[in-house]
Write a protein that binds this ligand. Structure first.
Ligand SMILES: NC(=O)c1ccc[n+]([C@@H]2O[C@H](COP(=O)([O-])OP(=O)(O)OC[C@H]3O[C@@H](n4cnc5c(N)ncnc54)[C@H](OP(=O)(O)O)[C@@H]3O)[C@@H](O)[C@H]2O)c1
Length: 305
């Protein structure tokens, strides 16, 4: 994990009121960074974990841990009592979990302030409200009368960890659309933008499109990982239909798999656009994919598994 960042207050009023922030989704890729950064900023940090969650080891010391289930909105009450803001992740692909409006109503009883990790798919119109959680959640958060900041994020750098299993058995990654150019964002930078939005004034009701600093094709990302891990790695293209079959077989909802693959197909011809949001909000350059690869090189070294 990267060193946490404290708010600089660069040109903005920093609230001096004591703050308590609940992180919903604390054991994923973003949540542990958000908690560490909140604690470093002197904010009381709380984590909501599903009952019996085995992943609590990822939660930094000093965090107050509460059990609660997003499928059971009233179970969030103890975690929310006394908070000044919520760093919200909605960990469901589809609208099958229909408790979002009730969860937002419970949140609004305790605080008016929410930062939500959304998706760049909403920004580019790829994700219609009726079958996608990010677009739907944005709509419901606005409807609930909360003061929000939406982090419409591109793909995380850590999505590349999805290739690690293949690389344990050889030097080739078999995956679709090696030429698709994205702008991967370091999870710690995304968390830092969210923490700033919750702890500084001036980020209210803003949609931030959050990307990394450089457009990189998937094959280029793999080359960077190889350089960091001291290996020569190769990309082997998997056809669209075969990839779809594999994704659906691995549990992706078919509509979501189609959306992702169609988006990747477009990115071969028209690279994803990078933004300067991270640098503008944090007052320093965004971390590069090379930074991320060097931090995670051990996982990609030969014999790492
Ligand atoms: N990866 C990307 O490229 C990308 C791109 C755009 C947007 N996003 C968004 O980014 C968000 C954060 O991603 P992430 O990778 O940090 O997190 P994640 O892997 O989606 O983790 C989800 C978190 O939610 C918790 N959770 C799951 N079910 C729950 C329930 N019923 N009640 C309460 N908590 C529950 C998980 O706990 P357990 O560990 O116990 O399951 C975990 O802490 C995602 O939700 C996604 O919407 C991701």
């Amino acid at each position: 994990m990267n060193p946490p960042e404290t708010p600089s207050g660069k040109g903005k009023a920093v609230s001096v009121k004591p703050q308590t922030v609940l992180v919903v989704g604390p054991t994923g890729n973003v949540g542990p960074h958000a908690l560490a950064q909140l604690l470093e900023a002197g904010v009381a940090a709380r984590a909501l974990v599903p009952p019996g969650d085995p992943a609590v080891a990822r939660i930094p010391d000093g965090t107050e841990v509460f059990e609660g289930d997003l499928a059971d909105p009233e179970s969030l009450v103890p975690a929310l009592d006394g908070v000044t803001g919520v760093f919200l992740m909605w960990p469901f692909f589809t609208l099958d979990v229909s408790t979002a409006p009730a969860v937002l109503e419970v949140i609004s009883r305790y605080t008016g302030r929410v930062v939500f990790v959304s998706s760049i798919g909403v920004h580019i119109g790829l994700e219609p409200v009726d079958n996608n959680c990010h677009a739907y959640l944005e709509q419901q958060i606005e409807k609930a009368g909360l003061t929000w900041t939406f982090l419409q994020t591109t793909g995380f750098a850590c999505n590349a960890l999805g290739w690690a299993g293949q690389l344990d058995g050889g030097d080739v990654v078999r995956f679709p659309y090696g030429g698709a150019v994205r702008t991967p964002v370091h999870e710690a930078d995304l968390a830092a933008v969210g923490v700033r939005a919750l702890t500084e004034d001036g980020h209210e009701n803003r949609r931030y499109v959050v990307t990394g600093p450089e457009p990189l094709s998937q094959a280029e990302q793999l080359r960077i990982i190889g350089a960091a891990a001291g290996r020569e790695l190769a990309w082997a293209e998997v056809a669209h239909d075969a990839a779809r079959q594999a994704m659906v077989g691995a549990g992706w909802p078919p509509a979501y798999a189609d959306g992702a693959l169609e988006y990747f197909a477009t990115l071969v011809e028209a690279p994803e656009t990078r933004t300067d949001t991270v640098a503008e909000v944090l007052g320093r350059p965004a971390r590069t994919f090379r930074d991320w690869a060097e931090e995670h090189a051990d996982r990609f070294r030969r014999g790492a598994a």
